[in-house]
Write a protein that binds this ligand. Structure first.
Ligand SMILES: *[C@@H]1O[C@H](CO)[C@@H](O)[C@H](O)[C@H]1NC(C)=O
Ligand SMILES: *[C@@H]1O[C@H](CO)[C@@H](O)[C@H](O)[C@H]1NC(C)=O
Ligand SMILES: *[C@@H]1O[C@H](CO)[C@@H](O)[C@H](O)[C@H]1NC(C)=O
Ligand SMILES: *[C@@H]1O[C@H](CO)[C@@H](O)[C@H](O)[C@H]1NC(C)=O
Ligand SMILES: *[C@@H]1O[C@H](CO)[C@@H](O)[C@H](O)[C@H]1NC(C)=O
Ligand SMILES: *[C@@H]1O[C@H](CO)[C@@H](O)[C@H](O)[C@H]1NC(C)=O
Length: 792
């Protein structure tokens, strides 16, 4: 990322540099990544508190040494028996190739899970956690084998705001609640400190691995018409920041207790995110109580001079970042310019000590100052704990739970082996052998099962003709594909995207299938006499309305980038071994959406500018497929079994709304919901219960309210004919509050519409008539069920 002279090297060269580390460097990182072979210094004494040990360690360093520690490749301190440490590890969906990770050691591969955008489609919080637990177990095993450090810069929980974003694939999608839950569950699985009983009062516990939520905040643009992420100033409203961009980060800190946090490349309202005291110190540390280290995205400190209004020299940049609360610089800017910046008075030694103590505390919590790992917790993990059958089954399971059935006219899926004796498989994504099915930030997978491999397990007579040789599909000859499709009993067409079309540093300009892919699909549909199953492999959403409209294409599936076993999951779903239950975690917009500048950060629509709004919460035009869409081979019906008609809250300020400072202080405004779901079909299947709320019409004078908002969800598995009652304990302040244009959370008086599937119910939120607040605290029945208001 950075050359030896500290000059900037474009990011794309980094990839080359990384593979250089993996090939030429051949494991330059020594197996010894821990300090304190023996208890020679007080900082090695495990009987002392982490804070005492960190203090002792810092007291032994001179200023040069301290500053050198603030770069991602922290040099060793041989006189103290401390080896060098590489902070930069990635584990987005499995331990991944990155500067601190090598697969050239005893462990040659790690379980590769689907890209998070697909995993999110499961809407299964437990699953997010299970995945991260496996990833952290394999990470510990690789650490014990000297193949990785323990600080992972995952997950990516930026809201997938714009469908063109090249890194949307890395995220859990567009919804703040789903993203928040993903963040918390993933971090808890990576760190597994919750199990150790950490509390908010004492969050400084041992970590299995350190997880880092990135990129804080309002980051979701790589390059749009020449505006790149390193120069982009994201102009965001307080309202959008509070109810859209920040919730996943808040949850990551408060629910997940993340030990790492990464600030993003972009500026936020004029201030580089990594130089924003308001974001890093005021919001993350002071308001949310973040405990851990804050790292810059790679070279983000260097980038600050891209805006001379902000930083004129690299010394300015270093000073502003450290004073804002950033602790670690991914890159060399602090190492190269830190001392001169200090001499110029851009920051103080206290700033350095604060950063260093946040960093060393995380290394201590990981056990990196406790001597050899063998004698520690997780010390027994080794190569036999990586790519285990159980871990690989989980990767398959994630894909099975997540694949989304977008269309299934005439219930033509699942296919049966009785009727389908021969299968034609077509499309550039059907049998790729270059790990494209894994998506970006991947490691070396344990196995790699393409759709063709998977389908072969069900039908032996398969003819595979790609039609398009590459995803870009420019001048390809379709004749073999057409011939194969015209003869087979059924055809499966696997098209979509790859990293050539959407990736880090590269956004799409169109939502349509690339090149002549659409023509391939339509012409195959034209010649096929059997079922035509269209499969879309992509991270971002696609405008495939041509196929949605085409009655010759009976079924459409979306498989994201499905991971190492994705082709098998697809085949099992197509042949009915599993019933699909995934739901889209993003809105699939029509191509017309691309008229909206990517640089327009507004979530809310704007009539004057013609901005239609973003995501299911605000977008007012036609969709191709909506957020939450996903069919099953069975059908479900939903109804409200019990719900209050009226909920009382304490006197609302100005008779309209009440400011929500801290909803947990208002447990007495809770109410119960019971929602029934029934599997009406003849097959066992999974439904995702999604509870949406539409705030009162007119918004009580509060502008910019969402059309609807997901406030709870739960995935359920139901046998044919079975039903289930979903019990929810709701709270007016937590669940029905909205954010006003000043970025404050408020409760508005009026009628709220709740719905789950086709079932709807209205709740009137009104104020307590009596000013005697004890009425609320002592009378739980003030939350009224049986659809009528009790007199007080
Ligand atoms: C380690 O710390 C404990 C508690 O502070 C102290 O009692 C003990 O003597 C120390 N051990 C060594 C070897 O310094
Ligand atoms: C959610 O995922 C877990 C695996 O972690 C699985 O055991 C559970 O059955 C899933 N829930 C549903 C409803 O499918
Ligand atoms: C495979 O399927 C094709 C197309 O239906 C058919 O022509 C061919 O005879 C089949 N081959 C075998 C070995 O069954
Ligand atoms: C698909 O059908 C919709 C509704 O009939 C229509 O508005 C749209 O133009 C069609 N799109 C394509 C690509 O055929
Ligand atoms: C809406 O768009 C108009 C025209 O571009 C602009 O002047 C106005 O500031 C926008 N309103 C908001 C709330 O962003
Ligand atoms: C509700 O509970 C809070 C905190 O327990 C208390 O301060 C308040 O007086 C109670 N009643 C109302 C109407 O808020």
């Amino acid at each position: 990322m950075i050359s030896a002279t500290g000059a900037r090297v474009p990011y794309l060269l980094t990839v080359v540099a990384l593979s250089w580390i993996a090939t030429e460097g051949r494991f330059t990182q020594t197996a010894r990544q821990y300090a304190c072979e023996s208890v020679s210094f007080p900082f090695c004494n495990t009987s002392s508190s982490f804070h005492e040990r960190v203090k002792d360690l810092i007291s032994r360093l001179d200023l040069d040494e301290k500053i050198e520690q603030l770069g991602n490749t922290a040099p060793g301190l041989p006189r103290l028996g401390i080896p060098s440490y590489e902070w930069w590890q990635e584990a987005l969906h499995g331990v991944a190739n990155s500067p601190g990770v090598t697969f050239d050691g005893p462990i040659k591969a790690a379980t590769s899970f689907p890209q998070p955008i697909l995993t999110a489609a499961s809407f299964n919080d437990t699953l997010f956690n299970s995945v991260a637990k496996v990833v952290s177990t394999e990470a510990r095993a690789m650490y014990n084998s000297g193949q990785t450090g323990l600080t992972f810069w995952s997950p990516n929980v930026n809201i997938f705001r714009d469908p063109r974003w090249g890194r949307g694939q890395e995220t859990p999608g567009e919804d703040p609640l789903l993203s928040s839950n993903y963040a918390a569950n993933f971090v808890l699985g990576m760190q597994e400190d919750g199990a150790g009983g950490a509390t908010h009062e004492d969050p400084v516990l041992r970590l299995k691995t350190s997880s880092c939520c990135k990129h804080f905040t309002a980051y979701d643009l790589e390059n749009w018409q020449g505006v790149d992420r390193d120069h982009f100033d994201a102009l965001v409203t307080k309202q959008d920041l509070e109810d859209t961009f920040n919730p996943p980060f808040k949850s990551c800190v408060q629910e997940g207790r993340a030990s790492g946090f990464m600030c993003s490349y972009n500026r936020v309202n004029g201030v580089p995110a990594c130089a924003s005291y308001d974001l890093l110190t005021h919001t993350a540390r002071n308001l949310w109580k973040f405990q851990g280290y804050i790292v810059s995205d790679c070279d983000a400190v260097y980038d600050m001079i891209n805006d001379p209004k902000y930083a004129q020299t690299l010394e300015d940049a270093v000073g502003k970042a450290l004073q804002a609360g950033m602790d670690l610089n991914c890159g060399r800017t602090i190492r190269d310019h830190g001392l001169s910046a200090l001499n110029e008075g851009k920051f103080s030694e206290e700033d350095v000590d604060r950063a260093l103590s946040n960093l060393m505390l995380v290394r201590m919590r990981l056990g990196l100052f406790d001597g050899p790992p063998e004698s520690q917790k997780y010390g027994e993990l080794g190569p036999q704990h990586v790519c285990t059958e159980e871990h690989q089954d989980l990767s398959l399971e994630v894909a099975l739970q997540s694949v989304v059935l977008l269309k299934n006219d005439g219930q033509l899926l699942p296919l049966s082996n009785e009727n389908v004796k021969s299968l034609a498989v077509v499309g550039p994504n059907a049998d790729d052998r270059e790990n494209k099915m894994l998506g970006n930030y991947a490691g070396d997978p344990c196995v790699y099962i393409t759709p063709v491999d998977g389908l072969r397990r069900f039908v032996s007579n398969i003819s595979y003709e790609p039609g398009c040789l590459t995803v870009s599909c420019e001048e390809d000859d379709f004749s073999n594909a057409l011939a194969a499709a015209s003869e087979a009993d059924a055809v499966v067409i696997v098209v979509g995207l790859s990293q050539e079309e959407e990736r880090e540093g590269f956004d799409r300009t169109s939502l349509l299938l690339p090149g002549n892919q659409q023509e391939l699909v339509s012409s195959i549909a034209g010649v096929s006499t059997g079922h035509v199953v269209l499969v879309i492999m992509s991270g971002g959403p696609m405008d495939i309305s041509f196929a949605k409209n085409d009655s010759r294409i009976s079924s459409i599936l979306w498989i994201g980038y499905p991971g190492q076993a994705g082709g098998l999951a697809l085949a099992q779903i197509i042949f009915g071994w599993r019933n699909p239950g995934g739901k889209l975690p993003v809105t699939w917009y029509p191509e017309s959406f691309t008229r909206v500048p990517m640089t327009d950060m507004h979530m809310r629509p704007n009539r004057s500018s013609g901005h239609p709004g973003r995501t299911y919460r605000f977008y007012v035009e036609e969709v191709v497929y909506q957020f939450g869409h996903g069919l099953s081979y069975t059908t479900f019906s939903h109804s409200f079994k019990s719900a209050p008609a009226v909920v009382l809250v304490p006197t609302l300020h100005d008779n309209l709304r009440s400011l929500v400072k801290d909803w947990t202080a208002y447990k007495n405004t809770s109410f119960q919901l019971e929602i029934d779901v029934r599997n009406d079909g003849s097959l066992k299947g999974d439904d995702v219960l999604m509870l949406y709320v539409t705030p009162p019409a007119g918004g009580g004078g509060c502008e910019g309210l969402p059309l609807r908002q997901l406030i709870a969800y739960q995935r359920v598995n139901l046998e044919a004919g079975a039903d289930y009652t979903w019990n929810l304990q709701m709270n007016v302040y937590r669940d029905l509050s909205v954010v006003n244009p000043d970025g404050e959370r408020v409760v508005i008086k009026g009628e709220y519409l709740l719905w789950v599937g086709e079932a709807q119910h209205s709740i009137m939120v009104t104020e307590v008539e009596s000013h005697d607040t004890s009425v609320i605290s002592f009378r739980p029945e003030t939350v009224i069920s049986n659809e009528k208001v009790l007199s007080l």
